[in-house]
Each structure stands twice: as structure tokens, then as C-alpha cells.
Design a binder for this molecule. Structure first.
Ligand code: S6P
Ligand code: ZN
Length: 189
């Protein structure tokens, strides 16, 4: 790691655009099969809504560094009563956490440990969330504008999507009577 040069990377806090970026990907609703409880609503929004973009991730990784960072930009929207959300994952390296710092919009960070304990941290402009090692994390846009956050973690953290893809998370974030509610996921055992 000796010999790495300091670098400036700029980001746009309202769009999440990163410059320079070393990687990026987009997730449209069709990529999130099985993530939302209401499967009929999921198909309907894809067909009638033209498979909307749910989120985009851009990252900057310096070769040889132990750390990297990026932005996640989440569009507002719902599938049935459930808000747009990320897939959610544990890190493959169980001793590596992460920070999420919200730049724009509002949302909920839903966390869950291996024993199924569920917690949330509010995501709002000017706040950062600490994600402890070995807690799964899923971000949820509960607002009406894009939710943009920067994240920072170790390059060796990795993603383990299987547990959440298989079982979902214990709690769901839904809109009821115009309000954000956390309700138990009936499919989580
Ligand atoms: C990586 C970090 C984020 C997420 C991104 C999308 O450790 O937590 O970059 O990957 O917000 O979420 P997901 O669950 O689809 O990877
Ligand atoms: Zn992560």
C-alpha cells in the first residue's frame, strides 16, 4: 500500500454521479425478482411502468488500496405497498462493516444480524449510519425524491446475497395511510 497517490474524486450529491468512477451498475425492477412480497404488483409495475430503474451504484476503487467508496442512487417508487429497496446483503468477510452517509432524500436502512434481530437507522441528509460487521443491510427509499448516499468499506468485504435472497428480511417497509410502517414479513421464518 506504500506509494499510492492522493486523489480527488468528485460526486454530485443530488444525482450520485461520481467522477472519475471505476465501476457502475444499474438495477431495474425486473432484476429484483423475488425481493418484493407482492409478486403480482411486481409484474404489473414492470409491464405498465416500463421496467423502471430502482437504483444505480457507482464506485471508485484505487488499485492497491484497502478502502473504496461509492454512491448508491435510489429512485422513489413502490411495488404494491412496499417501497423500492436494494437487494440487501451480508458481507462475505464477517469482520467487515461499512458506513452509509446520506447526501439527498430520505429513507430507512434496514439491518439484520445472523440471529434475525432487526434494527433500522433513519437515512436523512447529513446523517451517517454505521453498519456493524455481520449485519445484513438493505436501503429503502421512503421519500418522493431520489435517495443518494455514499458508502465506504474495505475492498475485501464482498457481498453475500444468498441469505436475504432466499428468506428475505424479517421486516418490510410499507406505506399505509400515507405513512411509513415496518411490518413483519410473513415469508420470513
Ligand atoms: C456495498 C454497499 C453498497 C450496496 C448498494 C446496493 O457493500 O453496501 O454499495 O452494494 O447499495 O445494494 P445491494 O444490496 O443490491 O448490493
Ligand atoms: Zn455492504
Amino acid at each position: 500500500m506504500i506509494g499510492l497517490s492522493p486523489t480527488e474524486i468528485s460526486f454530485d450529491a443530488t444525482t450520485g454521479a461520481l467522477s472519475p468512477a471505476t465501476g457502475r451498475y444499474r438495477k431495474h425492477l425486473s432484476h429484483l425478482e423475488g425481493a418484493f412480497r407482492d409478486v403480482d404488483a411486481w409484474s404489473r409495475v414492470i409491464q405498465e411502468g416500463g421496467d423502471p430503474l430502482v437504483y444505480e451504484v457507482m464506485e471508485y476503487k484505487k488499485e492497491g488500496s484497502d478502502l473504496f467508496f461509492g454512491t448508491t442512487t435510489m429512485q422513489p417508487g413502490k411495488v404494491g405497498e412496499e417501497y423500492f429497496m436494494t437487494r440487501g446483503h451480508f458481507h462475505l468477510s464477517r469482520d467487515m462493516g461499512e458506513f452509509y452517509c446520506t447526501q439527498h432524500g430520505k429513507g430507512l436502512l434496514l439491518l439484520q444480524n445472523r440471529e434475525g434481530k432487526s434494527e433500522t437507522v433513519e437515512m436523512r441528509e447529513g446523517s451517517c449510519a454505521f453498519i456493524p460487521p455481520d449485519w445484513a443491510h438493505r436501503s429503502i427509499n421512503t421519500g418522493s425524491v431520489p435517495l443518494v448516499f455514499t458508502w465506504f468499506c474495505n475492498v475485501l468485504a464482498g457481498h453475500d446475497y444468498d441469505p436475504i435472497a432466499t428468506q428475505g428480511m424479517r421486516m418490510l417497509a410499507v406505506e399505509r395511510c400515507g405513512k411509513v410502517e415496518l411490518v413483519p414479513n410473513p415469508n420470513f421464518l
